[in-house]
Design a protein around this ligand. Structure first.
Ligand code: TXA
Ligand code: MG
Length: 345
């Protein structure tokens, strides 16, 4: 049964009546989509198993893929995690609030429905005023996966959220476009620190703060070792086929031109940096921003992937080579979107 989804603005969180209304949804086990600095989150009371179940259902997400718990006060980490290593407190002091999530041993109070049956829990304090207000007003931590239908690119605009969830959640807080555009870095701190998902807080930033090298396990392909349940599911995929293309500009240009001639009925599009748009004249192209501006490109990537569906594209080609660590985080999403299909030209 579709429900009536109520839309709120961020300043409604400062209005006495409306802030009460919004917090009541969370307290009653209902779902509220809210903006964070990374992507929108599909939020529910993290301590209420029924709320977690409702999140999995609304998202169409397999229930063994655990949720991140969002807190508004760093010290709350001790309420929901135990045996917290020194590395966690150092990273928390350095990067919270911010786009980094810690995997730690869970306290009993955190239901297994929220952690997908795991003894560990993912915790993050977002760097977004509305997200923090919502958590404080709700007087409970908020479990929130990225607010996208399972398998689709994460939502970085209010429109993405409406497209996926209008009629499926109780409320949405419109926060405009998110600033980072890629989900948080996920780091497992239950053993030797290991990055499970790269993000805007990069490996070298973490290593500099900890003063030691850390592992990067984010690159495990579908057949490889899976430390994070999220790694084994298809992600970020538009409806069309996605292929990453690598090679000299002239080769890539000719390849697209030839592909079009050989497959006249298939609608094709290329996602690339602004600097390469000229290679694909006469074809649909979705520039992400300048090759020298990874922040802009990251902010745009999920929008671009969603545009492929709006444009009804059958074959999506991504022409990109990472130039820095944020580019590496972007490449992680591009590889997943393509199902690791890479063509060297
Ligand atoms: O930026 C973000 O992290 C956004 C915003 C809303 O905060 N949230 C987000 O959540 O991206 P989600 O559920 O889409 O991604 C969480 C990732 C998944 O890959 C999940 O498998 C992993 O974190 N994860 C969660 N709990 C885990 C755990 N206990 N052990 C290992 N991986 C875990
Ligand atoms: Mg997600």
């Amino acid at each position: 049964m579709p429900k009536k989804t109520i839309i709120y603005q961020m300043n409604d969180l400062d209005d006495k009546i409306k802030q009460h209304e919004i917090a009541e949804y969370i307290k009653a086990g209902k779902l509220v989509i809210f903006p964070t600095e990374t992507v929108y989150g599909l939020g529910g009371n993290a301590l209420d198993p029924n709320a977690s179940k409702a999140i999995y259902e609304a998202k169409g997400r397999p229930s063994d893929n655990p949720l991140i718990i969002h807190i508004a006060n760093p010290d709350d980490i001790y309420k929901y995690a135990k045996n917290i290593p020194l590395d966690a407190t150092i990273l928390m002091d350095a990067f919270w609030p911010g786009p980094i999530t810690f995997i730690l041993e869970k306290q009993d109070i955190v239901p297994y429905t929220t952690t997908g049956g795991l003894h560990t829990v993912a915790i993050r304090m977002p760097d977004h005023e509305s997200a923090l207000k919502l958590i404080k007003l709700s007087e409970t931590p908020i479990a929130a996966p990225s607010a996208n239908t399972s398998g689709k690119p994460s939502s970085t605009t209010f429109k993405h959220v409406l497209d996926d969830f209008d009629g499926k959640v109780d409320a949405i807080i419109d926060g405009g476009d998110t600033t980072i555009g890629l989900e948080s870095t996920v780091i497992d701190l239950t053993g030797d620190p290991a990055i499970l998902r790269p993000g805007a807080i990069t490996k070298s930033m973490i290593e500099r703060i900890l003063g030691k090298r850390i592992l990067d396990l984010s690159d495990s392909r579908p057949s490889g070792e899976v430390r994070s349940p999220g790694m084994k599911y298809t992600h970020y995929k538009p409806k069309g086929n996605v292929t990453l293309i690598n090679g000299l500009e002239s080769h890539v240009k000719n390849f697209i031109a030839d592909y079009h001639i050989m497959n006249p009925k298939r609608k094709i599009a290329v996602i690339c940096a602004d600097e390469y748009e000229h290679l694909f004249k006469g074809h649909k192209c979705r520039p992400l921003g300048s090759i020298n501006d990874s922040s802009m490109m990251s902010r745009t990537l999920f929008k671009a992937l969603r545009d492929m569906d709006e444009w009804k594209i059958d074959e999506v080609f991504i022409y990109y080579k990472e130039t820095d660590e944020l580019g590496y985080a972007m490449m992680n999403r591009m590889l997943k979107a393509s199902g690791y299909s890479v063509l060297d030209l």
